[in-house]
Design a protein around this ligand. Structure first.
Ligand code: SOE
Length: 390
């Protein structure tokens, strides 16, 4: 099998998840390339050196630009904070590297527009990592919806709930700063729900919603490792939303509700959605990610009701590559499935979804929710680049 060299930017939570995916993929899937973990990049030399050792990278760089100069690297994987995505992706595409970029694509719609334009010019693969599309239960939900098993889809109902910043003493990490993260719960986790809704129901055409910040000041960060951090005594302003709630209309005629918060005690990573169609319903919740609850209206009278499918059979999406039925998968597998499809895309010369266009579409909805919250009015996502194809 041919080697393909990967260069990863970022080594915290996402960097660890991506490293694991590149290490695992060719051991479980029949992929066209064997990924070589050539180099990991980060600014703090001691930290990136330690990360290279513990995560299995052959070398490290303290400037991501070095990754682009290296001939032994064909893939740039961007797992660094949102404010860096645009610059790295544009430079990597210009250097003819394949790009995998963490979600959301960018911090603003203007940045996402530039990135989409660059991806359209490029001859390489440019994919966004919305990993939850590739939980086997979500992929099964997609098959059921596309196959018409639920009939005409009328409702989307999602709640993405976490609690990792509920303590007011949790410090002002980068995800709480607009210039670094773009937005709060909106871009961090509602973005996943929007992407899943687009994947399963098609584009959102109109939104009305709120953005709220309950804890307005937090200790300035002393040190941070992903989602755990320690704070000092000095306080700084939180410049993003803690939560968002919005209504949506889809181009298909369906309606949707979205809620996302990082202040829901007890909800650790409750990424859930329910879909109701004319002939049935389904429910997914990431905290029980191996299961899909389904209701089919054509079940025999007397036997109707929700039932739970354990999505671990060999003929379920992705599941057959892993363990025997019932030997369940976890969060990290969604990243392995993403890089599997990414490598297939490189071999076929075609970017797998979610493409930068899908990333832009999500960004347009994030932007519309922000405008709606400011204006207290229904607003339309600006899909200009998709509609004009420019
Ligand atoms: C933090 O809220 C976070 O790590 C998100 O940034 C991820 O995208 C999500 O998958 C898990 O939670």
């Amino acid at each position: 099998m041919q080697d393909i060299g990967v260069g990863l930017v970022g080594y915290k939570f996402m960097g660890r998840a991506h490293s694991n995916a590149w290490r695992q993929v060719s051991r479980f899937f029949d992929v066209p390339y064997h990924p070589r973990l050539r180099a990991i990049a980060g600014r703090d030399e001691n930290a990136v050196k330690a990360a290279a050792e513990s995560l299995g990278w052959e070398s490290y760089e303290t400037d991501w630009r070095r990754l682009l100069e290296r001939d032994d690297i064909q893939v740039i994987d961007i797992s660094s904070p949102g404010q860096s995505h645009r610059e790295i992706a544009l430079a990597a595409l210009a250097a003819r590297k394949h790009v995998l970029c963490e979600k959301p694509l960018a911090n603003t719609l203007a940045e996402a527009s530039e990135m989409l334009a660059a991806a359209r010019q490029a001859s390489t693969v440019a994919m966004v990592n919305f990993n939850y599309r590739r939980a086997p239960a979500v992929a099964l939900a997609k098959q059921l919806v596309d196959g018409g098993r639920l009939g005409q889809i009328r409702h989307w109902r999602s709640a993405y709930l976490q609690d990792w910043i509920v303590d007011p003493e949790f410090p002002l990490a980068w995800r709480l700063q607009k210039d670094l993260a773009g937005s709060g719960a909106l871009g961090d986790i509602a973005a996943h729900s929007i992407d899943l809704a687009h994947h399963l129901l098609g584009p959102i055409t109109e939104v009305i919603g709120t953005l709220d910040t309950f804890i307005r000041e937090r200790p300035v960060e002393a040190s941070s490792t992903g989602l755990t951090a320690t704070g000092g005594t000095e306080k700084g302003e939180v410049t993003v939303d803690d939560s968002t709630t919005f209504l949506a209309r889809f181009g298909s005629g369906a309606t949707g509700t979205f809620e996302a918060t990082r202040l829901a005690p007890g909800r650790r990573n409750y990424n859930s959605f329910e879909i109701n169609g004319s002939d049935g319903s389904l429910i997914f919740n990431m905290e029980r990610m191996n299961e899909l609850e389904v209701y089919f209206a054509d079940d025999p009278p007397g036997l109707q009701g929700f039932r739970t499918i354990l999505v671990t059979e060999a003929d379920h999406p992705y599941a057959g590559a892993w363990w025997p039925p019932g030997h369940i998968l976890g969060y990290e597998h969604t990243f392995v499935h993403t890089v599997k499809d990414f490598l297939d895309g490189v071999a076929q010369g075609q970017t797998p979804a979610p493409t930068f266009e899908d990333g832009y579409r999500c960004q347009a909805v994030l932007d519309a929710v922000e405008r709606s919250a400011q204006q207290r009015a229904w607003t339309q996502p600006d899909y200009k680049m998709i509609n004009s194809g420019a």
